[in-house]
Design a protein around this ligand. Structure first.
Ligand code: ATP
Length: 325
């Protein structure tokens, strides 16, 4: 097994709160093991364009509590092509980099997998995405913060909904996965949750709202994941058509869910994962994603670290409805 001496870390794809804590953990664990550590700016774009900077312990001071990513992030079309990856390899070689840590989503892992097959540079992935939809890990960096941001916003919406006896349809992030909707919906006592994995019929929701109207339940919150086949505005239109007396409003939470100071859970998760990533390179566990399963570090081969296609536990949806009734 070849010893890894010079490592690079980058953040790629969509940003997620806690990425900075992961960068900090990688840099400081690498330095502890006498490695030279480099930061690549703007994800794979920085590899292709040679935006690669040496990192010291103080480069990552005062960032554990900050959202966003000090290394910036981007999507890079050139990295999809063999020529782009070759440029990236040549730039890494200029710095003698012999190990790469990629913090991002499943797309970023696909790029890392291709790169590690073509070139003799071991890659380690860390799941950084607010959606919690990567196979091989129970949690992803950023999910807990995003859910708490959504909860905070929905609690505020509930106050105004209650003051005006309004029905609110709240759209949260989650293009392919409804975990933010499921968790924030349960935690805020929403009446209904609509997610890509669990088709909710608007007709059933309308029947339920009619029953609530009859028993004078005046506040109703419906949380919709952005990836649900019927979008929040469309749901509102259908409800307004069938329940003209309901004072119905839509609120799309949007990008606030990506920002903000990471929660304790995300900071600890990111720290453990960053530490484990460097240890994996030292131990010779190459081309894997570091995950957490049953609260233990778990390695998944990069080519299996794809978008999770798990069955949603529909009992959670049933529970949510019972508890909100
Ligand atoms: P998010 O979950 O936020 O979408 P992601 O990591 O899945 O994050 P992508 O845009 O899919 O985001 O991928 C990030 C970058 O990874 C791409 O811009 C590209 O540079 C690289 N990449 C993705 N897929 C591949 C692939 N099949 N081959 C080579 N590189 C890829």
């Amino acid at each position: 097994m070849k010893k890894v001496n010079n490592i690079a870390v980058l953040t790629s794809g969509g940003d997620a709160p806690g990425m900075n804590a992961a960068v900090r953990a990688v840099v400081r664990t690498g330095i502890y093991h006498q490695m030279n550590v480099y930061g690549v700016m703007y994800g794979y774009r920085g590899m292709v364009k040679n935006e690669i900077l040496p990192m010291e312990s103080k480069s990552v001071a005062n960032i554990i509590q900050r959202g966003g990513t000090i290394l910036k992030t981007a999507r890079c079309m050139e990295f999809y092509e063999p020529e782009g990856r070759q440029k990236a390899y040549e730039n890494l070689k200029k710095h003698n980099i012999d190990g790469l840590i990629v913090i991002g989503g499943d797309g970023s892992f696909k790029g890392a997998q291709k790169f590690s097959q073509e070139y003799d540079i071991p890659c380690i992935g860390l799941p950084g995405t607010i959606d919690k939809d990567i196979a091989g890990t129970d949690f992803t960096i950023g999910f807990d913060t995003a859910v708490n941001t959504a909860i905070d916003a929905i609690d505020k919406i509930r106050d105004t909904a209650d003051a005006h006896d309004r029905l609110f349809i709240i759209e949260v992030m989650g293009r392919d996965a409804g975990y933010i909707a499921l968790h924030s919906g349960i935690a805020t006592g929403a009446e209904h949750i609509m997610m890509p994995e669990h088709k909710a019929e608007v007709e059933d929701i309308i029947a339920d709202l009619q029953a609530n109207e009859r028993r004078k339940k005046l506040v109703n919150l419906i949380v919709v994941a952005e990836g649900h086949e019927t979008g929040a505005n469309e749901v509102a239109k259908m409800i307004k058509h069938r329940l003209p007396n309901a004072d119905t409003r839509v609120c799309i939470l949007g990008h606030i869910q990506r920002g903000g100071t990471p929660t304790c859970q995300d900071r600890i998760l990111a720290s453990r994962m960053g530490y484990a990533a460097v240890n994996a390179l030292i131990e010779g566990t190459y081309n894997v994603m570091v995950g957490i399963v049953n609260n233990k570090i778990h390695y998944t081969p990069l080519d299996h670290a794809v978008k999770a296609k798990e069955e949603m536990d529909t009992d959670w949806v049933k529970m949510c409805k019972i508890l909100a009734s």
